[in-house]
Design a protein around this ligand. Structure first.
Ligand SMILES: Cc1cc2nc3c(=O)[nH]c(=O)nc-3n(C[C@H](O)[C@H](O)[C@H](O)COP(=O)(O)OP(=O)(O)OC[C@H]3O[C@@H](n4cnc5c(N)ncnc54)[C@H](O)[C@@H]3O)c2cc1C
Length: 379
């Protein structure tokens, strides 16, 4: 099992529950801890302390599972052989769940004259940057067409609004969101309308169908895909996403932007016994933890069916529910079904405090299932 993110943790947990010691899973990740994507926003806006959002892989004590902290250096999908810094592994079934890599250097000026909030380090560093933002324009800018958690830039704008109001700095500042879509959440017009209404109420500008191509450090302007320039004081970027290089080199993906092709129903790659789960695949869902989790369940069911010689499991549906922070302690949610209809369709549930509590439970229940320990409660 390569990668202990949303996909890897869910798959490992299901297989351990099903087979216990009768299975031998090597769960390999270069990191020593897991951090939820949404915890990055919590830390950046000072809602949680960095120490409270790391979940240590050392805590995984599950029958049949060995966690190895090591970097995957090469994958041979034909032989199902993996070389890591700490040895070579051969597998009967190989699951690649290495996620999407971030490439901030692909956007000129982003590293020198801006910030990114998609990596753990980038989001945590903003905890010290945001308090220094006193006046002027803030841009939340997307730099590539494919990015994880499409609601995250909008959530960031709404949370930044609250943060600036609480510091008494909102009137001296402007907030804009630059996104490559025509609406914030294209598969769900209702969700998009609710977000755009929240933006309008708070004076947040939505710049649609645009990407930030570069930051000009000298002039402090963001250059958009159509050449428009937007001055800024604070730039919060979503970096370019790419297929991890080790996956490209394995032949599972054609190039850095060609997400691993899979059978849409089974998530099997072109190589027998090799599956790609979560952000790394090109199945056609949004890139989000809930879709990685759903994909992991389908692959787990296939492995269980194969080992128990049971009937083939149901096909992957490509659906999932994302929570969306609206600020003011309110959370909405959208259920999106990407694969069963002719086009992706979403159902929106309006923002409420009850959904804030539901989102908290969503995170806590995963920590308990995956790590077997109750999660630290938000302070
Ligand atoms: C700000 C933000 C907010 C988000 N909010 C939400 C949300 O509310 N809901 C939601 O569902 N999703 C959310 N997401 C998206 C979510 O975090 C990802 O889509 C999800 O983690 C994808 O799961 P995955 O298993 O495919 O990959 P990941 O969780 O990214 O896991 C991949 C793992 O592979 C490891 N890895 C990579 N390369 C190597 C290598 N060479 N060797 C060893 N290990 C390696 C990494 O260390 C990592 O642990 C958010 C993301 C961000 C950035």
């Amino acid at each position: 099992m390569l990668g202990a993110g949303f996909g890897g943790l869910e798959l490992t947990t299901i297989l351990s529950d099903a087979f216990g010691d009768a299975i031998d899973i090597a769960l390999i990740d270069k990191s020593d801890t897991f951090v939820f994507g949404f915890s990055k926003l919590d830390v950046m806006f000072g809602r949680r302390m960095p120490d409270n959002v790391h979940h240590s892989y050392r805590d995984i004590v599950k029958p049949g599972v060995r966690f190895l902290q090591s970097t995957v250096r090469s994958i041979d999908p034909l032989a199902r052989r993996v070389v890591t810094d700490d040895g070579t592994f051969e597998a009967d079934v190989l699951v690649v769940a290495l996620g999407a890599d971030l490439d901030p250097a692909a956007t000129p000026g982003l590293m020198e004259a801006g910030n990114e909030f998609y990596s753990v380090a980038g989001a945590f560093a903003l905890r010290d940057v945001l308090p220094r933002f006193e006046r002027g324009a803030a841009i939340i800018g997307v730099t590539g067409k494919t990015f994880k958690c499409p609601p995250a830039p909008s959530e960031t704008a709404l949370l930044l609004h609250d943060y600036l109001v609480s510091r008494g700095r909102r009137e001296a500042t402007e907030i804009s969101v630059v996104m490559p879509f025509g609406t914030p959440i294209p598969p769900s017009p209702e969700t998009s309308q609710a977000i755009l209404a929240a933006f309008a109420e708070r004076g947040i500008r939505f710049v649609k169908d645009s990407l930030v191509k570069a930051l000009d450090a000298g002039r402090k302007v963001a250059v958009l895909s159509d050449g428009t320039e937007m001055p800024y004081e604070l730039f919060l970027g979503v970096p370019v996403h790419r297929v991890p290089q080790v996956v490209v080199e394995s032949g599972l993906a054609a190039d850095a932007y060609g997400w691993v092709p899979v059978n849409k129903k089974t998530l099997e790659t072109n190589f027998p016994g090799v599956y790609a789960v979560g952000d790394v695949n090109g199945v056609g869902t949004a890139k989000a933890g809930v879709f990685a989790e759903g994909a992991a369940r389908v692959v787990a069911a296939a492995i269980i069916a194969e080992l128990r010689r049971g009937p083939s499991p149901e096909a992957y549906k490509g659906d999932g529910t994302c929570y969306i922070e609206f600020g003011n302690g309110q959370v909405g949610k959208v259920h999106v079904d990407f694969l069963s209809g002719p086009k992706p369709a979403g159902t929106f549930h309006g923002a409420s405090e009850a959904l804030f509590a539901e989102k908290t439970h969503f995170g806590a229940s995963r920590v308990e299932r995956w790590f077997g320990v109750p999660s630290a409660t938000p302070e």
